[in-house]
Design a protein around this ligand. Structure first.
Ligand code: ADP
Ligand code: MG
Length: 204
């Protein structure tokens, strides 16, 4: 979470610019507010297991990011934590199940489909690529690398889409030609996970 907070800080202006084009220009500040709170959690508290930590992360994001993306990223972490339970040694299969649970939460909350020009357009190909890498015998690093590549393709594909969900959908056809902010921060999150994979642990 501290890596993610740092990267969100570095990209805040970019995220806000993207959201200014097709939304209300607050995605960078929303995410900065929430992720800086989650980064501080580890210093303030000790957690018994991954589930307890990730649930706190999720609740912190829900109540501090705000907007549409707060509940979506928040639910992702709540369900990720619920699925990991007290798992200690996290391998590609264990993390894959948790990733499915987390993205299931994004889906349950946002009800977006692929092609609606939302963060789900990054999550969905990320999951597919992750699963394919695991089927090919890939380890956690290989699977996360595949997820990052899949998410980037999905993020890039949002440019040509017309938004059908969220604030950008109010623009209709005029939303075309712009990259979705939430799909962009989703790539940043998966890249953080990939950078930190050698830890193979969730607890800070
Ligand atoms: P708001 O739109 O309330 O200002 P943000 O700017 O923080 O919130 O986040 C906007 C992002 O939220 C969008 O770029 C999109 O990726 C995501 N989003 C919005 N609605 C949905 C939805 N129904 N399902 C999935 N993602 C969504
Ligand atoms: Mg916004």
């Amino acid at each position: 979470m501290s890596d993610f907070a740092q990267v969100i800080g570095q990209n805040a202006e970019h995220l806000t610019d993207l959201d200014r084009a097709i939304g209300d220009g607050d995605h960078g500040s929303n995410m900065t507010r929430g992720t800086s709170k989650t980064a501080a959690l580890a210093e303030a508290e000790e957690f018994d297991n991954s589930a307890a930590y990730l649930k706190k992360v999720g609740m912190t994001l829900v109540s501090n990011v705000g907007g549409a993306s707060g509940p979506l990223f928040g639910t992702f972490f709540l369900r990720l934590g619920g699925a990991l339970g007290d798992a200690e040694d996290i391998d590609a299969v264990t993390f894959g199940k948790a990733l499915h649970a987390g993205v299931g939460g994004v889906l349950a909350r946002g009800k977006a489909e692929v092609g609606d020009k939302t963060m789900f357009d990054a999550w969905s190909p990320a999951l597919e690529a992750y699963d394919a890498a695991v089927t090919d015998g890939g380890d956690l690093q290989a699977a996360l690398q595949a997820a990052v590549d899949g998410a980037k393709q999905g993020r890039d594909a949002t440019v040509d889409l017309v938004a059908r969900k969220g604030r950008a959908s109010y623009l209709g056809e005029r939303s075309k030609g712009h990259q979705d902010p939430g799909a962009t921060s989703t790539v940043l999150l998966l890249e953080s996970a990939l950078r930190l994979w050698p830890n193979q642990r969730i607890l800070p």
